[in-house]
Write a protein of this length. Structure first.
Length: 344
């Protein structure tokens, strides 16, 4: 027993760099889920699975009878009656796959986070001060699963699409999780250096840049949920006007419900976010983070170009998915730059 105890003590203890690599891997899975989520939305696949079965839903239908039963459930939805009446079983299988794959990735992210977390906790590999943060990220992941189903229920029986507000909440939580994983991993990397440093602080300008980017992300989610990207196919004018024609003013909710106005705000708030990010990049460069100060401007420029292409090309699948993917990378890059500017 004494020998076993000595062996355990020899391997147990804080392992910040190991934890950092694990969190970066989970962040990569979250990024993949964001991309697949974009494909699911753009292919109108999100309402193809009408039940939430966290365990048994992992296994897809087997055989003709099970597929017909699954298809029968979908044919009872409003989306099928209003938009997909006459869909064949083969067509249903294609949209079903993307929703199933999106949910499968969600389960994989949960396992890839929860199981190693328990192992590291048991092995006392988590440094002091990180336990609560890692538990908070676990809680956010559980919340994200519930919010995903809450979003799906908004469109099953009353609409051909899910609520754009619930979609914005769902995407927003995904990006908060992604940012939290990246920030925590960077803190652990700094702790594991030969000359360890304390966790970075979020500076005033870092907060401002993240808020500006958060508003842009929320507007982008509303654009996606309202299909507002299709109301204008020109740049920089919207159908020949700087301010779009067709906005129907109906009180404060016009800011989040009107597709013309939401599209307009998403276009031009991008410039506000860009200015905030440029200042953050300068701070990161001054702090010695050369890589972050190069990567973030490149990502922002790519994202702006993709946004314009999505509009002028009529929202093609490849461009819209790339826009969402690079948006996730911009979030990660902004967290990286904010962390660099707040290192201690």
């Amino acid at each position: 027993m004494a020998t076993a105890s000595l062996a355990f003590d020899a391997v147990a203890g804080p392992r910040p760099l190991t934890l950092a690599r694990w969190l970066f891997a989970v962040a990569a899975l979250v990024f993949a889920m964001v991309v697949v989520g974009g494909i699911t939305r753009l292919t109108e696949s999100g309402l193809s699975i009408t039940e939430w079965r966290p365990v048994t839903g992992v296994v897809p239908p087997v055989g003709e009878a099970q597929w017909q039963a699954e298809f029968a459930k979908y044919r009872k939805t409003y989306q099928y009656a209003a938009q997909n009446a006459g869909m064949t079983l083969s067509e249903f299988r294609r949209i079903w796959f993307w929703e199933w794959f999106h949910r499968l990735l969600g389960r994989l992210v949960g396992l890839a986070y929860a199981v190693p977390l328990m192992w590291f906790w048991w092995r006392r590999a988590i440094p002091d001060g990180f336990h609560a943060r890692l538990l908070a990220l676990l809680g956010l992941g559980a919340l994200q699963g519930a919010v995903g189903w809450w979003m799906v229920t908004s469109g099953l029986w009353t609409d051909v699409r899910v609520s754009h507000l619930r979609l914005a909440v769902h995407l927003g939580i995904a990006f908060v999780i992604l940012g939290g994983l990246v920030w925590t991993a960077l803190d652990l990397v700094a702790l594991g250096r030969p000359s360890p440093s304390r966790p970075a602080r979020l500076t005033g300008w870092g907060k401002l840049a993240l808020v500006a980017l958060g508003v842009q992300v929320a507007l982008g989610a509303l654009v996606a949920g309202l299909r507002a990207g299709q109301v204008a196919a020109s740049w920089p004018l919207m159908n020949g006007r700087w301010f779009p024609e067709g906005v129907i003013w109906a009180g404060p909710r016009t800011l989040i419900d009107d597709p013309f106005l939401v599209h307009f705000l998403h276009r031009w708030w991008a410039l506000v976010a860009m200015v905030a990010l440029v200042v953050l990049v300068r701070q990161a460069r001054a702090a010695g983070a050369a890589a972050a100060s190069v990567a973030l401007p490149a990502l922002v420029a790519t994202q702006l170009l993709l946004g314009i292409l999505v509009v002028v090309l009529g929202v093609p699948l490849w461009a819209a998915v790339a826009h969402q993917a690079v948006g996730a990378l911009v979030v990660a890059g902004t967290v990286w730059a904010a962390h660099a500017s707040g290192r201690r």
